[in-house]
Design a protein around this ligand. Sequence first.
Ligand code: DLL
Length: 432
Amino acid sequence: MIWNESKECMSRDEMQALQSKRLVKAVNRVYHNVEYYRKKMQALGIEPGDIKGIEDITKLPYTTKDDLRDTYPFGLFAAPQSEIVRVHASSGTTGKATVVGYTRKDIDIWSECVARCLAGAGVTSQDTIQIAYGYGLFTGGLGAHYGAENLGATVVPMSTGNTKKLTTMMKDFGVTAIACTPSYLLHIAETLEENGDLDKIKLKAAICGAEPWTEQMRLQVEEKLGINAFDIYGLSEIMGPGVACDCIYHKGLHVHEDHFYPEIVSADTLEPVADGETGELVFTTLTKEGIPLIRYRTKDLTSITREKCECGRTTARISRFKGRSDDMLIIRGVNVFPSQIEAALLEMGGTTPYYMMIVDRVNNLDTLEVQVEVEERFFSDEIRELENLTKKIAHVIQQAIGLAVKVKLVEPHSLERSMGKAVHVIDKRKLV
Ligand code: DLL
């Protein structure tokens, strides 16, 4: 089960010693190779010699997405172009794309991290795995692909776009594992069910990430497909998929902290919070050459524990993500995360994880309509039954988020299915 015992099962002292050694090297690298970092550190009066170990990390400045945008495209690269063997970029829906570069060593470490995740999910060289994240500038496809090859599994590079072909090959090739977004896995399960193929597949594990999903959704999809579903986390700025992943105990995601040092800080004060408390996740890359980042603010909200896991790994674990601080909606002054709606819907039963939140402002008052797909067997022509169900859903959501909402039931299969990162919110207030 454990793929890299020497790295994933170290004592805390050994881990800290390794992190200290690597941090000192990383700080020297950015100071000497990246003008932007040198100036930032000089402005704070910090010299590389001031950083003697991991305990000095809080002396260092934070890095944000804006820093990457200000230095677009390659300004934070710490290796000459001749050593950069690959670039990836984020879609940049809210501004310029953020571009990241990898040296050959970075790619090797990335594949090892993804391989560790897959091994933790029970995938071995005996497995056939479909990679159904998008290939291209998005890190999902190629990141998962290299990791699966590193492990020696047989890789089927599906990408996204043709679910029919994917399910046919899943059956014909005897596919045993799949890597895709959780929302796409749901769509795949739905397609298999519609075609009466659920009992014709050999799938045993799914490694899903790139978007928030609830524990309720993970359990639902496990039950539907008769598999074990794992949560894999990552972000392009830090590496891509494989920064952290949960194990068969599903009690938090193990961070590959020999390469990525995690801190949890208050999103308001930026002061570190205690283990177990929720805050913003911050990462420092300890071994990256192409684009090492110091104290990168991910905006992802989670908590951390450093207790040893039942699986034997000693690496720090982060809890399932509630969402990003910038995904949080403020509706009539109340903080709402889409994941709260998903959890409430799945807990009540009879509904599907397909929902859309429409936020608007009418007469200076915020409104929230939640469109919900119910399971076919609950969808009835009887107006009275539908009204009762609508009231029940509105009640459950109100209990979960503390806000009265308008619920609209929509026909099964009418909300758009996603093959990448699902969209659950239309905020019309932003459009005016
Ligand atoms: O989504 C990398 C990735 C690909 C991760 C495939 C896992 C699987 P970005 O496009 O840069 O990179 O988006 C990163 O996605 O900051 C989180 O907000 C969100 N995210 C990623 N994984 C998870 C997860 C990839 N397991 C952003 N749970 C991150 C919740 C996730 N959110």
